[in-house]
Design a protein around this ligand. Structure first.
Ligand code: PRP
Ligand code: URA
Length: 210
């Protein structure tokens, strides 16, 4: 069985994705919209968080109402571009812990290398949402998920803004237990490993490094 792919089917996400694709969108707007879409996808990615109930007193009467069970949750950005999504997740789940995975890709082979990994102590007990704007070949996400599994994590989801079919297929083969939540699925990868039509280099556009 392979992981499910949840593609956001929502006019707000579609509209905001188009702004991200536009090469003339400013760094400031790009960064803000990445965060906003992150918040909207989090809404979908947290749909199965468990609920319990508690007693509250409204201005009218006492009632029993739903409340989050307080299950342990962590968001894990893949550095550096994943940082752009953290704020949107935390606006939805303010109590989440944050772990960081630093990864760079060899520019020739596109092979990912982990250079940094700092996690909350009890990470193995937490539900994990790995975040990165781009799923291209899938190499970075595959390596990040493997790192989390090495640390004992069993409930892992991946959230991206844009996915290439090649990356989805790769992840479904290498980590079939991981569901993918994305803003859109694009057409293909070009010979440099960029998503087409895509939005360019997400990290450079978030941090203004080009
Ligand atoms: C980008 C992106 C992903 C990776 C996706 O990061 O944010 O991490 O590429 O490509 P893949 O699916 O082929 O592995 P990049 O390596 O450009 O680093 P950055 O975040 O520092 O910009
Ligand atoms: N990484 C990016 O930032 N953009 C792409 O299109 C592919 C990988």
């Amino acid at each position: 069985m392979s992981g499910k792919v949840h593609v956001m089917d929502h006019p707000l996400v579609a509209h905001k994705m188009t702004i991200l694709r536009d090469k003339d969108t400013s760094v400031k707007d790009f960064r803000e919209i990445v965060s906003e879409i992150g918040m909207l996808i989090t809404y979908e990615a947290t749909r199965d968080l468990p609920l319990t109930t508690k007693e509250v007193e409204t201005p009218i009467c006492k009632t029993t109402a739903p409340t989050l069970k307080g299950k342990k949750f962590a968001v894990v950005p893949i550095l550096r571009a994943g940082l752009g999504l953290v704020d949107g997740v935390l606006r939805m789940v303010p109590g989440a812990r944050v772990g960081h995975i630093g990864m760079f890709r060899d520019e020739e082979t596109l092979e990912p290398h982990v250079y940094f990994c700092k996690m909350p102590k009890d990470i193995a007990e937490r539900d994990i949402l790995i975040v990165d704007p781009m799923l291209a070949t899938g190499g970075s996400a595959e390596a990040a998920i493997s790192e989390m599994k090495k640390r004992g994590c069993t409930n892992i989801k991946l959230m991206v803004l844009l996915a290439a079919p090649e990356g989805i297929e790769h992840l479904q083969k290498t980590h079939p237990d991981v569901d993918i939540y994305c803003g859109a699925v694009d057409d293909h990868l070009n010979e440099h490993g960029y998503i087409v039509p895509g939005l360019g280099d997400a990290g450079d556009r978030i941090f203004g490094t080009k």
